[in-house]
Design a protein around this ligand. Structure first.
Ligand SMILES: Nc1ncnc2c1ncn2[C@@H]1O[C@H](COP(=O)(O)OP(=O)(O)OP(=O)(O)O)[C@@H](O)[C@H]1O
Length: 267
């Protein structure tokens, strides 16, 4: 088994705006207006082919930012991501275009992945069958429920058969039958030596499915190893964190963020 993903010193800096004028200036001026906010700071790790890595961390730790960077949707501010093969992201806030219909989204996504018209005609029925959203396939995506979006996003991502699959909370919406169907597909991917990154608020789901865990804490890698090594430590942290008062949690967050060079950290 070779390396399939190598993430080296990835940092992601966003601009935070406290005033509308700052936000507008940031759009107009390329230098960027607003306060720097580091969503990821020097994140490095490697994954092998066939690894199923759960990304864990409390809200705002940078899990979605990292998923988007691995999938090549968002560029890192600095650092590098090397991937072997095609990567596909499935997220609740999926990369679907709201104005286009489901069918048009299938075409667009497949074209972006480099498929030709003939190949798309072959893939389309398979995706539609997997998504199983009936007549909604010809409706604009803005009319979909989050479950429907997830079904379509999942359908597209697994049918195009990527080498690396990134699943961000996509199984938290929708019913159990659909989730089971997705697990079957994911298990099939796993058996075929593909790499999967999985984010879920359900620790049960993570434990059931992942072999490795990457624990992010406010933008930094707190731990990376097997589920067995990392999860007991993470669960202990979660328990302690939840036992804190809101004020203590806020102070903890501010202390952590400040230690990473963030100045504007008030929630
Ligand atoms: N486009 C953006 N502009 C500014 N800040 C952002 C942007 N996207 C994310 N952030 C900030 O970066 C931090 C990490 O966000 P991210 O969504 O990656 O975390 P997460 O671990 O996925 O959180 P959650 O569990 O709540 O989904 C958060 O503090 C968030 O507010």
């Amino acid at each position: 088994m070779g390396k399939s993903v190598i993430v080296k010193n990835v940092t992601k800096r966003y601009k935070l705006h406290t005033k509308t004028s700052e936000r507008l200036l940031d759009i107009i001026l390329p230098t960027g207006y607003g306060e720097d906010f580091y969503a990821l700071r020097n994140v490095s790790f490697e994954a092998e082919e066939g690894d199923v890595v759960g990304i864990v961390g409390i809200n705002g730790s940078g899990k979605s930012t990292l998923s988007n960077i691995i999938a090549g949707i968002v560029p890192p501010t600095s650092g590098t991501v090397k991937t072997k093969g095609e990567t596909s992201l499935i997220a609740v806030q999926s990369g679907l275009n709201n104005q286009l219909t489901g069918r048009e989204n299938i075409e667009l996504k497949c074209l972006m992945l480099g498929f030709n018209k003939k190949q798309i005609r072959k893939l389309e029925p398979e995706i539609i069958e997997f998504a199983d959203i009936g007549k909604f396939i010809d409706q604009p995506v803005k009319k979909y429920s989050s479950g429907m979006k997830s079904r379509l996003g999942f359908g597209i991502s697994v049918t195009v058969d990527p080498d690396i699959l990134v699943i961000d909370e996509a199984l938290s919406v929708g019913d159990q039958t659909f989730a089971d169907k997705c697990y079957d597909k994911m298990n099939d991917f796993k058996k075929r030596g593909k790499t999967i990154f999985f984010i879920s608020h359900s620790i049960g789901q993570m434990k059931k499915f992942c072999e490795k865990a990457l624990w992010l804490e406010y933008g930094r890698v707190k731990d990376y190893g097997t589920m067995k090594e990392v999860m007991p430590k993470y669960e202990k942290f979660l328990k302690d964190f939840k036992a804190m008062s809101k004020k203590e949690q806020k102070a903890y967050r501010e202390k952590m963020l400040q230690s990473q060079g963030n100045e504007l950290v008030k929630s």
